[in-house]
Design a protein around this ligand. Structure first.
Ligand SMILES: [Zn+2]
Length: 305
């Protein structure tokens, strides 16, 4: 059972909190108050309750495993990346949290810099497979500006990672933009591209509703390997040779928008968005987090001169 976030049919276009915003500058922000959401984790299948609370300036976003002795904290930063097989897992010592990308994308996409994320299990719930519930919950409780500026970073030289014909690149640009391409043999997906500028379109409407997708012929294999125990036609779009098993789609290019959502979440592990154009093709959490790591290293090198 999923708990519906408060007021799930929020009129996003009339909510000033959801106006398009450049995410690369301005004041740090946190939530006005806390919210709670619960559901099942995609990979572990376990029922988890998540409580997201405001946090002080400079705290960043921190996961807290309240079910473990001493309630260990795991910073949502690139240094905590533990593994990236099908989803992004963070760890600090023995404490781990899996499938963080959709919640982190919603927080970052709605401009939340500081938040405490308490959860009583090992994986963030998948909910409907998108970031819509998270984005609506954040918009519902509201966002407040804090009395300190965001750290900013303007990329001056391109950085890229690639593997075969897959890549993620960051290129110097006057404002933040994400562009993503995918290419699948299945005709229902095929070749899709999407480009998103946070200053022109808000995350909640343009990106957050895009759901996780899977290929019917790979699902059995993933289950055999003990993965996607919590996956179902309720929380992922599934595509077969004959087309989608569970239409309708929310966007004609919903799959590539979902990949872009994952990229936003993974890149947010920098704890800021660089002023840059982030361009990805057929990439994965592995490549997304590698690029994030390289940008973090570049920032550190430049700071040290
Ligand atoms: Zn995803």
């Amino acid at each position: 059972m999923l708990s519906e976030p408060p007021n799930a049919s929020l009129p996003t276009s009339s909510n000033p909190l959801l106006a398009p915003v450049p995410l690369t500058s301005g004041s740090q922000q946190t939530l006005k108050t806390e919210f709670v959401c619960s559901g099942v984790g995609l990979h572990t299948g376990s029922q988890v309750q998540v409580r997201v609370l405001p946090a002080a300036i400079g705290q960043g976003r921190v996961f807290v495993r309240v079910d473990l002795p001493g309630a260990p904290e795991i910073a949502a930063s690139v240094a905590s990346v533990h593994q990236t097989m099908l989803s992004t897992e963070l760890a600090q010592g023995e404490a781990k949290v899996r499938t963080v990308e959709h919640l982190l994308a919603a927080l970052a996409g709605l401009g939340i810099d500081n938040a405490r994320i308490e959860l009583d299990g090992p994986e963030v719930p998948l909910l409907d497979g998108s970031a819509r519930c998270w984005a609506e919950a954040i918009a519902q409780v509201g966002v407040i500006a804090q009395t300190a500026p965001r750290q900013t970073y303007t990329l001056s030289e391109p950085i890229w990672v690639y593997e075969g014909d897959a890549f993620v690149a960051a290129l110097p640009a006057p404002e933040l933009r994400f562009t993503y391409g995918i290419d699948f043999d299945l005709p229902a997906i095929g070749n899709q591209w999407h480009s998103w500028s946070p200053a022109q379109e808000n995350f909640a409407e343009a990106i957050a509703p895009a759901r996780t997708f899977g290929l019917a012929h790979q699902i059995e294999q993933l289950r055999t390997n003990g993965l996607i125990k919590g996956g179902s036609l309720e929380n992922a779009l599934v595509c077969g040779a004959e087309g989608w098993l569970n239409p309708p789609l929310r966007f004609s290019n919903e799959p590539v928008r979902h990949k872009l959502l994952d990229l936003v979440g993974d890149l947010s592990l920098l704890n800021l968005f660089p002023c840059a154009h982030i361009l990805a093709y057929k990439a994965s959490h592995h490549l997304h987090t590698q690029l994030t790591q390289l940008i973090a290293q570049r920032m550190k090198d430049e700071e040290e001169g």
